[in-house]
Design a protein around this ligand. Structure first.
Ligand code: CP
Ligand code: NVA
Length: 310
Protein backbone atom coordinates (compact mmCIF):
# COMPACT_ATOMS: atom_id res chain seq x y z
CA UNK A 1 0.00 0.00 0.00
CA UNK A 2 1.51 3.34 -0.98
CA UNK A 3 1.56 6.35 1.39
CA UNK A 4 -1.44 8.60 0.95
CA UNK A 5 -3.19 5.87 -1.04
CA UNK A 6 -6.80 6.98 -1.25
CA UNK A 7 -8.01 3.49 -0.40
CA UNK A 8 -5.83 3.08 2.67
CA UNK A 9 -7.91 2.57 5.80
CA UNK A 10 -6.96 2.17 9.42
CA UNK A 11 -9.09 0.31 11.97
CA UNK A 12 -8.61 2.32 15.14
CA UNK A 13 -12.21 2.43 16.37
CA UNK A 14 -15.34 0.48 15.50
CA UNK A 15 -16.77 3.57 13.80
CA UNK A 16 -13.93 3.60 11.26
CA UNK A 17 -16.07 1.31 9.09
CA UNK A 18 -19.65 1.75 7.89
CA UNK A 19 -22.58 -0.63 8.29
CA UNK A 20 -22.31 -1.91 4.73
CA UNK A 21 -18.58 -2.58 5.20
CA UNK A 22 -19.44 -4.63 8.30
CA UNK A 23 -22.02 -6.56 6.37
CA UNK A 24 -19.30 -7.34 3.78
CA UNK A 25 -16.80 -8.33 6.52
CA UNK A 26 -19.26 -10.66 8.27
CA UNK A 27 -19.88 -12.39 4.94
CA UNK A 28 -16.16 -12.70 4.26
CA UNK A 29 -15.51 -14.00 7.79
CA UNK A 30 -18.11 -16.70 7.21
CA UNK A 31 -16.54 -17.70 3.87
CA UNK A 32 -12.99 -17.66 5.27
CA UNK A 33 -14.09 -19.70 8.31
CA UNK A 34 -15.82 -22.32 6.16
CA UNK A 35 -12.72 -22.71 3.97
CA UNK A 36 -10.53 -23.03 7.05
CA UNK A 37 -12.82 -25.67 8.57
CA UNK A 38 -12.64 -27.61 5.28
CA UNK A 39 -8.81 -27.46 5.29
CA UNK A 40 -8.88 -25.44 2.07
CA UNK A 41 -5.70 -23.46 1.46
CA UNK A 42 -6.42 -19.74 1.10
CA UNK A 43 -3.30 -17.57 0.92
CA UNK A 44 -4.18 -14.16 -0.53
CA UNK A 45 -1.62 -12.43 1.70
CA UNK A 46 1.46 -14.33 0.46
CA UNK A 47 4.55 -12.11 0.85
CA UNK A 48 2.71 -9.67 3.13
CA UNK A 49 4.03 -8.98 6.62
CA UNK A 50 2.12 -8.03 9.73
CA UNK A 51 3.92 -6.27 12.60
CA UNK A 52 2.25 -6.83 15.96
CA UNK A 53 3.18 -4.43 18.74
CA UNK A 54 2.14 -5.38 22.26
CA UNK A 55 2.52 -3.00 25.18
CA UNK A 56 0.06 -5.09 27.24
CA UNK A 57 -0.32 -8.84 27.69
CA UNK A 58 -2.39 -10.98 25.31
CA UNK A 59 -3.33 -14.56 24.53
CA UNK A 60 -6.22 -14.39 22.04
CA UNK A 61 -5.17 -11.29 20.12
CA UNK A 62 -1.61 -12.52 19.69
CA UNK A 63 -2.55 -16.02 18.58
CA UNK A 64 -5.44 -15.01 16.34
CA UNK A 65 -3.49 -12.35 14.44
CA UNK A 66 -0.32 -14.43 14.20
CA UNK A 67 -2.02 -17.69 13.18
CA UNK A 68 -4.37 -15.77 10.87
CA UNK A 69 -1.57 -14.05 8.99
CA UNK A 70 0.40 -17.29 8.53
CA UNK A 71 -2.73 -19.14 7.40
CA UNK A 72 -3.28 -16.47 4.74
CA UNK A 73 0.25 -16.98 3.45
CA UNK A 74 1.93 -13.99 5.11
CA UNK A 75 4.38 -13.62 7.94
CA UNK A 76 4.52 -11.84 11.26
CA UNK A 77 6.93 -9.74 13.32
CA UNK A 78 6.14 -9.60 17.05
CA UNK A 79 7.38 -6.67 19.15
CA UNK A 80 6.90 -5.88 22.81
CA UNK A 81 7.82 -2.88 24.90
CA UNK A 82 10.60 -4.84 26.61
CA UNK A 83 12.41 -5.97 23.46
CA UNK A 84 12.23 -2.84 21.29
CA UNK A 85 12.77 0.91 21.58
CA UNK A 86 9.06 1.48 22.08
CA UNK A 87 9.19 1.77 25.83
CA UNK A 88 12.30 3.94 25.76
CA UNK A 89 13.01 7.24 24.14
CA UNK A 90 12.05 6.84 20.49
CA UNK A 91 8.97 8.92 19.62
CA UNK A 92 6.00 6.87 18.48
CA UNK A 93 5.89 8.90 15.25
CA UNK A 94 9.45 7.80 14.36
CA UNK A 95 8.67 4.18 15.22
CA UNK A 96 5.66 4.38 12.91
CA UNK A 97 7.69 5.87 10.07
CA UNK A 98 10.28 3.10 10.32
CA UNK A 99 8.09 0.05 10.90
CA UNK A 100 5.60 1.04 8.21
CA UNK A 101 8.40 1.14 5.59
CA UNK A 102 9.18 -2.49 6.33
CA UNK A 103 5.83 -4.23 6.70
CA UNK A 104 2.41 -4.14 5.02
CA UNK A 105 0.10 -3.86 8.02
CA UNK A 106 0.46 -3.15 11.75
CA UNK A 107 -1.56 -4.23 14.79
CA UNK A 108 -0.99 -2.39 18.06
CA UNK A 109 -2.13 -3.08 21.63
CA UNK A 110 -1.32 -0.13 23.84
CA UNK A 111 -2.59 2.21 26.55
CA UNK A 112 -3.89 5.56 25.27
CA UNK A 113 -5.86 5.71 22.04
CA UNK A 114 -3.92 8.92 21.31
CA UNK A 115 -0.71 6.90 20.97
CA UNK A 116 -2.35 4.56 18.47
CA UNK A 117 -3.72 7.55 16.55
CA UNK A 118 -0.26 9.17 16.49
CA UNK A 119 1.23 5.96 15.12
CA UNK A 120 -1.46 5.70 12.44
CA UNK A 121 -0.99 9.35 11.42
CA UNK A 122 2.65 8.58 10.57
CA UNK A 123 2.16 5.12 9.10
CA UNK A 124 2.35 4.30 5.39
CA UNK A 125 0.33 1.14 5.95
CA UNK A 126 -2.99 0.23 7.62
CA UNK A 127 -2.99 0.16 11.42
CA UNK A 128 -5.35 -2.01 13.49
CA UNK A 129 -6.32 -1.41 17.12
CA UNK A 130 -5.58 -4.60 19.06
CA UNK A 131 -6.97 -2.95 22.25
CA UNK A 132 -6.43 0.41 23.89
CA UNK A 133 -7.69 1.81 27.18
CA UNK A 134 -10.59 3.30 25.22
CA UNK A 135 -11.59 0.69 22.61
CA UNK A 136 -11.37 -2.96 21.51
CA UNK A 137 -12.92 -3.01 18.02
CA UNK A 138 -11.53 -6.38 16.86
CA UNK A 139 -13.25 -8.05 19.80
CA UNK A 140 -16.65 -6.54 19.02
CA UNK A 141 -16.17 -7.43 15.35
CA UNK A 142 -15.79 -11.08 16.43
CA UNK A 143 -18.60 -10.83 18.99
CA UNK A 144 -21.13 -9.55 16.48
CA UNK A 145 -20.02 -12.13 13.92
CA UNK A 146 -20.63 -14.75 16.64
CA UNK A 147 -24.07 -13.33 17.41
CA UNK A 148 -24.99 -13.43 13.71
CA UNK A 149 -23.84 -17.05 13.41
CA UNK A 150 -26.05 -18.10 16.31
CA UNK A 151 -29.04 -15.79 16.04
CA UNK A 152 -28.95 -13.84 12.74
CA UNK A 153 -28.88 -10.06 12.37
CA UNK A 154 -28.16 -7.99 15.48
CA UNK A 155 -30.20 -5.05 14.16
CA UNK A 156 -33.01 -4.13 16.55
CA UNK A 157 -31.71 -6.44 19.28
CA UNK A 158 -30.86 -5.64 22.90
CA UNK A 159 -27.37 -6.23 24.31
CA UNK A 160 -26.99 -6.02 28.11
CA UNK A 161 -23.62 -4.72 29.28
CA UNK A 162 -23.01 -5.55 32.95
CA UNK A 163 -19.87 -4.19 34.63
CA UNK A 164 -17.20 -1.63 33.90
CA UNK A 165 -17.75 1.30 31.54
CA UNK A 166 -14.49 0.35 29.82
CA UNK A 167 -12.96 -0.17 26.36
CA UNK A 168 -15.39 -3.01 25.60
CA UNK A 169 -18.43 -1.01 26.74
CA UNK A 170 -17.37 2.00 24.64
CA UNK A 171 -16.96 -0.19 21.59
CA UNK A 172 -20.37 -1.83 22.08
CA UNK A 173 -21.89 1.67 22.08
CA UNK A 174 -20.17 2.57 18.81
CA UNK A 175 -21.36 -0.70 17.29
CA UNK A 176 -24.93 -0.07 18.46
CA UNK A 177 -24.95 3.33 16.79
CA UNK A 178 -23.61 1.96 13.50
CA UNK A 179 -25.48 -1.35 13.31
CA UNK A 180 -28.81 -0.27 14.84
CA UNK A 181 -29.22 -2.10 18.13
CA UNK A 182 -29.58 -0.98 21.76
CA UNK A 183 -27.19 -1.51 24.68
CA UNK A 184 -28.59 -1.73 28.21
CA UNK A 185 -25.69 -0.54 30.35
CA UNK A 186 -25.39 -1.18 34.09
CA UNK A 187 -22.20 -0.15 35.88
CA UNK A 188 -21.45 0.67 39.51
CA UNK A 189 -21.49 4.39 40.36
CA UNK A 190 -18.22 6.03 39.32
CA UNK A 191 -17.62 3.54 36.48
CA UNK A 192 -20.29 4.80 34.04
CA UNK A 193 -19.81 5.06 30.28
CA UNK A 194 -19.09 8.54 28.98
CA UNK A 195 -20.72 9.06 25.55
CA UNK A 196 -18.04 11.53 24.55
CA UNK A 197 -15.22 9.12 25.38
CA UNK A 198 -17.17 6.30 23.76
CA UNK A 199 -17.24 8.43 20.62
CA UNK A 200 -20.96 8.22 19.90
CA UNK A 201 -23.12 11.05 18.69
CA UNK A 202 -26.61 9.68 19.43
CA UNK A 203 -27.94 8.94 22.91
CA UNK A 204 -30.71 6.59 21.78
CA UNK A 205 -28.40 3.63 21.13
CA UNK A 206 -28.07 2.91 24.85
CA UNK A 207 -30.04 3.01 28.11
CA UNK A 208 -28.58 3.20 31.59
CA UNK A 209 -29.83 0.93 34.40
CA UNK A 210 -28.88 1.13 38.08
CA UNK A 211 -29.72 -2.54 38.55
CA UNK A 212 -27.77 -5.11 36.50
CA UNK A 213 -30.76 -7.43 36.73
CA UNK A 214 -33.00 -4.82 35.12
CA UNK A 215 -30.40 -4.23 32.39
CA UNK A 216 -30.60 -7.94 31.50
CA UNK A 217 -34.41 -8.03 31.37
CA UNK A 218 -35.49 -8.94 27.83
CA UNK A 219 -31.92 -8.87 26.46
CA UNK A 220 -30.92 -10.95 23.43
CA UNK A 221 -27.30 -11.02 24.56
CA UNK A 222 -25.78 -10.56 28.02
CA UNK A 223 -22.11 -9.65 28.15
CA UNK A 224 -19.53 -8.55 30.67
CA UNK A 225 -15.79 -8.17 31.16
CA UNK A 226 -13.19 -8.13 33.93
CA UNK A 227 -13.70 -5.68 36.78
CA UNK A 228 -10.13 -4.42 36.43
CA UNK A 229 -8.77 -3.87 32.95
CA UNK A 230 -5.08 -3.91 32.07
CA UNK A 231 -3.47 -0.66 33.13
CA UNK A 232 -5.89 -0.16 36.06
CA UNK A 233 -4.39 -2.74 38.42
CA UNK A 234 -3.73 -0.15 41.15
CA UNK A 235 -7.52 0.22 41.51
CA UNK A 236 -8.09 -3.50 41.94
CA UNK A 237 -9.12 -3.61 45.60
CA UNK A 238 -11.50 -0.63 45.28
CA UNK A 239 -13.01 -2.24 42.20
CA UNK A 240 -13.50 -5.62 43.93
CA UNK A 241 -15.76 -3.84 46.44
CA UNK A 242 -17.56 -1.57 43.97
CA UNK A 243 -18.36 -4.34 41.47
CA UNK A 244 -19.48 -7.05 43.94
CA UNK A 245 -23.13 -6.88 42.72
CA UNK A 246 -22.15 -6.84 39.04
CA UNK A 247 -21.62 -10.59 38.65
CA UNK A 248 -23.62 -12.08 35.78
CA UNK A 249 -25.44 -15.00 37.39
CA UNK A 250 -28.27 -17.41 36.61
CA UNK A 251 -30.88 -14.93 37.88
CA UNK A 252 -29.71 -12.31 35.39
CA UNK A 253 -29.68 -14.83 32.54
CA UNK A 254 -33.22 -15.88 33.54
CA UNK A 255 -34.33 -12.24 33.24
CA UNK A 256 -32.99 -12.11 29.67
CA UNK A 257 -34.90 -13.64 26.74
CA UNK A 258 -35.04 -17.44 26.85
CA UNK A 259 -32.80 -17.68 23.76
CA UNK A 260 -30.32 -15.06 25.06
CA UNK A 261 -26.61 -15.71 24.59
CA UNK A 262 -23.82 -14.98 27.05
CA UNK A 263 -20.49 -13.54 25.85
CA UNK A 264 -17.25 -12.52 27.55
CA UNK A 265 -14.17 -11.35 25.66
CA UNK A 266 -11.96 -13.36 28.08
CA UNK A 267 -9.86 -13.77 30.15
CA UNK A 268 -12.67 -14.40 32.67
CA UNK A 269 -12.71 -14.61 36.46
CA UNK A 270 -15.36 -17.09 37.55
CA UNK A 271 -17.02 -15.91 40.76
CA UNK A 272 -16.21 -12.25 40.03
CA UNK A 273 -17.81 -10.73 36.91
CA UNK A 274 -19.55 -14.01 35.95
CA UNK A 275 -20.61 -17.16 37.79
CA UNK A 276 -19.14 -20.48 36.65
CA UNK A 277 -22.70 -21.67 36.08
CA UNK A 278 -23.25 -18.98 33.43
CA UNK A 279 -19.92 -18.97 31.61
CA UNK A 280 -19.82 -22.77 31.52
CA UNK A 281 -23.57 -23.07 30.93
CA UNK A 282 -25.67 -23.72 27.81
CA UNK A 283 -26.23 -20.06 26.88
CA UNK A 284 -22.53 -19.24 26.85
CA UNK A 285 -20.82 -18.95 23.45
CA UNK A 286 -17.46 -17.73 24.77
CA UNK A 287 -15.36 -20.37 23.00
CA UNK A 288 -16.98 -19.66 19.62
CA UNK A 289 -16.48 -15.98 20.38
CA UNK A 290 -12.77 -16.49 21.06
CA UNK A 291 -12.31 -18.65 17.95
CA UNK A 292 -14.07 -16.07 15.82
CA UNK A 293 -11.34 -13.54 16.54
CA UNK A 294 -9.30 -15.59 14.06
CA UNK A 295 -11.85 -15.63 11.26
CA UNK A 296 -13.10 -12.04 11.71
CA UNK A 297 -9.58 -10.59 11.79
CA UNK A 298 -8.55 -12.58 8.71
CA UNK A 299 -11.49 -10.93 6.91
CA UNK A 300 -10.41 -7.55 8.31
CA UNK A 301 -6.77 -7.91 7.20
CA UNK A 302 -7.86 -9.13 3.78
CA UNK A 303 -10.13 -6.09 3.43
CA UNK A 304 -7.56 -3.55 4.61
CA UNK A 305 -4.85 -4.97 2.34
CA UNK A 306 -6.74 -6.11 -0.75
CA UNK A 307 -10.07 -4.28 -0.66
CA UNK A 308 -13.19 -6.15 -1.68
CA UNK A 309 -12.75 -9.59 -3.19
CA UNK A 310 -14.70 -10.34 -6.33
N1 CP B 1 -10.09 -10.84 24.47
C1 CP B 1 -8.79 -10.54 24.26
O1 CP B 1 -8.44 -9.56 23.62
O2 CP B 1 -7.93 -11.43 24.81
P1 CP B 1 -6.35 -11.27 24.97
O3 CP B 1 -6.13 -10.20 26.00
O4 CP B 1 -5.90 -12.62 25.44
O5 CP B 1 -5.75 -10.88 23.66
N1 NVA C 1 -11.19 -4.69 29.31
C1 NVA C 1 -10.14 -5.68 29.29
C2 NVA C 1 -10.23 -6.51 28.05
C3 NVA C 1 -9.20 -7.58 27.95
C4 NVA C 1 -9.27 -8.33 26.65
C5 NVA C 1 -8.80 -4.98 29.37
O1 NVA C 1 -8.64 -3.92 28.75
O2 NVA C 1 -7.91 -5.47 30.06
Amino acid sequence: MKPGHSLMKHYLQFKDLRAEEYSYLFDRARIIKTRFKNYERYQPLADRTLAMIFEKASTRTRVSFEAGMYQMGGSVVHLTTGDSHLGRSEPVEDTARVISRMVDIVMIRTYEQAKLAAFAAHSRVPVINGLTNEYHPCQILADIFTFIEHRGSIQGKVVAWVGDGNNMANTWLQAAEILGFTVHVSTPGGYEVDPQLAGISRRDCYKVFKSPLEACRGADLVTTDVWTSMGFEAENSARQKAFADWCVDAEMMAAARPEALFMHCLPAHRGEEVSAEVIDGPQSVVWDEAENRLHAQKALMEYLLLGRIG
